[in-house]
Design a protein around this ligand. Structure first.
Ligand SMILES: Cc1cc2nc3c(=O)[nH]c(=O)nc-3n(C[C@H](O)[C@H](O)[C@H](O)COP(=O)(O)OP(=O)(O)OC[C@H]3O[C@@H](n4cnc5c(N)ncnc54)[C@H](O)[C@@H]3O)c2cc1C
Length: 419
């Protein structure tokens, strides 16, 4: 069987469905191949904290009322370091905590109902079709074993971190060292200490989260340095509970019911690839997968798909678009992706190796614990609403130095009075 469309998307998860919806709304014919047959399929390895930077894309997709009706929790996060709690003021801008078992089917149903999208479940892409040095389509196989051929102007690899599409196309993969494993599980009846606010502890170098989600379910996670993995595995439940019991202001797990198995990911190197080459775009994890510690992957899956739709969609929507014009648009998409995310990736990858906080990070966290404006700036940076350069601007560093000096002086004065 042979089919033709404007765009062929491999992968029907967050990035693939978002790209398909936003491209089809421009009048394009989009085919989505998803290897899983079950429309309710969802990604298990995810802790569901979706950063505020993604909210604009949810709004654009028209999904906010549906997410909120499904119980998505508007999120904000308090962060503990040894310098105390950083509690950003309530921001108008927020992301959502929503389990992937709820979110993924909502996005897939929306894609299936969008005019112009042909969502083919149970079809696995098996190879790219290339002609004259350019990607021109995809071969696939359906669940009965029947081979299929899809021709298109652009292939979109929305096929996750391993991205078979990228490797068939020969797009080089850059990997960065990763030094913290994760274990997480879902709990019910957990008495939260800060209402619906999420909590994060940077005990340096280890990390823990509490993320209240839809349906009264709270996801708890620990991320410890790789040298502790063998010991941790000896008694996962016991070690998990003991880690939380030692954290300041942590909820009491003794009162709660664990409602999932523990999910563990032992090793997860950052992966990055050029997001656009002739005839091919990569979105979501296929283009950039970073450390789970900062919970940025879902947001960037949505955002990168929106950038692709905005740069390449209008060119494809012209009558009989020339391949050279489409490829120039793909280059613009790759530049936009790099410009938006490369600096974030640099800082995330630098800490992902498992090192302790460096002096600059300690300064910024210590000051943010004492200053609302710096706490707000940190929340904007963590929410991926501002670049690292804005967060680390000379003015913010100077303010952090002043705030830290005043805080140290106050601590010394208190210590002297106590003596
Ligand atoms: C432990 C862990 C915790 C995380 N926690 C968070 C978090 O709290 N917040 C956050 O924002 N991010 C988090 N992430 C990252 C987030 O899960 C990913 O960034 C996100 O799922 C990427 O979406 P995607 O659509 O690009 O890829 P995926 O969700 O991986 O989807 C890829 C899709 O492609 C399909 N596919 C693959 N190959 C083929 C093929 N050959 N043919 C057809 N279909 C194919 C797959 O079946 C799948 O449906 C976490 C990741 C991990 C590992």
């Amino acid at each position: 069987m042979s089919e033709t469309s404007d765009v062929l998307v491999v992968g029907g998860s967050l990035s693939g469905c978002t790209a398909a919806i936003l491209l089809a709304r421009q009048g394009l014919r989009v085919t989505v191949l998803e290897q899983h047959r079950d429309p309710g399929h969802y990604k298990r390895a995810c802790t569901h904290y979706i950063q505020p930077s993604a909210t604009a894309v949810f709004e654009r997709l028209g999904l906010v009322p549906q997410l909120e009706a499904a119980g998505a929790v508007p999120n904000s996060i308090d962060l503990w370091t040894r310098y105390g709690w950083i509690r950003p003021p309530d921001e108008r801008l927020h992301g959502y905590n929503i389990r992937r078992s709820v979110l993924d089917p909502i996005l897939r149903q929306t894609a299936a109902a969008t005019p112009g999208i042909d969502l083919q479940l149970g079809v696995k892409a098996t190879q790219l079709i290339r002609e004259q040095g350019r990607v021109q389509g995809v071969r696939g196989v359906d669940h009965t074993g029947e081979e299929q051929k899809f021709s298109c102007h652009v292939v979109v690899g929305a096929d996750g971190r391993q991205s078979p599409v990228a490797s068939w196309a020969g797009v080089p993969t850059k990997e960065k060292k990763h030094g913290r494993f994760i274990y997480f599980a879902s709990f019910e009846d957990l008495r939260l200490t800060r209402g619906s606010r999420s909590l994060m502890w940077l005990t340096d170098p280890d990390v823990a989260y509490v993320f209240p989600n839809d349906g009264g379910v709270t996801v708890l996670a620990v991320m410890l340095t790789a040298d502790k993995l063998a010991d941790f595995r000896q008694d996962i439940d016991g070690n998990f509970r003991r880690f939380f019991a030692d954290l300041p202001d942590a909820p009491d797990l003794g009162q709660a019911r664990r409602v999932s198995d523990y999910v563990g990911v032992p090793h997860y190197p950052d992966v990055s690839r050029r997001a656009g080459t002739p005839g091919l775009a990569l979105v979501g994890d296929a283009a950039l997968t970073t450390d789970y510690l900062w919970g940025v992957g879902c947001g960037w899956a949505l955002e990168s798909s929106a950038w692709l739709a905005d740069t390449v969609g209008p060119v494809l929507a012209q009558p009989a678009p020339a391949a050279a014009d489409v490829d120039r648009a793909l280059q613009r998409y790759a530049r936009r992706h790099h410009h938006a995310l490369a600096a974030h990736h640099f800082f995330i990858a630098d800490l992902a190796g498992g090192r302790m906080l460096n002096p600059l990070e300690r300064l910024m966290f210590a000051a943010a614990a004492h200053d609302e404006r710096l706490a707000s700036s940190l929340a904007h940076y963590g929410g991926r609403l501002i670049s690292p350069w804005r967060f680390l601007s000379p003015a913010k560093i100077a303010r952090s130095l002043r705030v830290s000096a005043v805080a140290s002086k106050a601590t010394r004065a208190r210590t002297a009075v106590t003596r």
